[in-house]
Design a protein around this ligand. Sequence first.
Ligand code: PEP
Length: 254
Amino acid sequence: MRRPVIAGNWKMYKTIREAVDFVQTLKPLVVATTHCEIVIAPVFTAIRAVADRLEGSNIRVASQDVAAETGPGAFTGEVSAAMVRDAGAAYAIVGHSERRQYYCETDTTVNQKARSALAAGLVPIVCVGERIDQRSAGKAETTVDEQLLGGLANLTAQEVSNIILAYEPVWAIGTGQTATPEIAEQMHSFIRSRLRKMFGDAQADGVRILYGGSVKPDNIARLMQEPDIDGALVGGASLDPDSFSRIVNYKDSR
Ligand code: PEP
């Protein structure tokens, strides 16, 4: 059985004070939640304060990125995976489409970041997903396949069992245009079949594949009915504690 993961990606929102206020409000709303792992990804500067407030709770912390280099070293502006771990995070998002689009991250960079995260004992949440032009050209699966081959290159089967994947079609991120459950499931099932070829049955059956792209309280329950959707990576709707807790507690709203 794959335990679902509901993760909130706050992007470049929330000061330390706002982040702390959020988690203080969220904690009681999800205190009874046991059916899924709950993760939030604040900006780097808020990780320590948020992790401190969440100690002993059922909510874990992620970074939104890590340096490709393991460091320490002369890499101005970068934050290593070990530093993120030291600040209290247990997961790290890598390869988000905004990083690929605005900061020129390639599958090679994503691979280095995933490996750095694993080496530091973090669980990488590796994002893949096609743009609308790639889908329109019939290249959605080829694009995701390349991202998987590059992003997961040279990982051992053991390492792969410690990662989480997130399928986030770029055309669905922040647009309100959620992929239909059928389209999402088709890609999730494709991803699992590729994992089976690359790493074997145990890894393919064990890896959690999250869906991301305009997930909201009113569409999460339906998405979660699909057999290969193991949770969600949530952007906009994770910024409000009420809306995020309703996504986390999707089982109650069925
Ligand atoms: C994201 O940023 O990973 C995301 C899925 O954003 P949104 O939920 O706002 O589409």
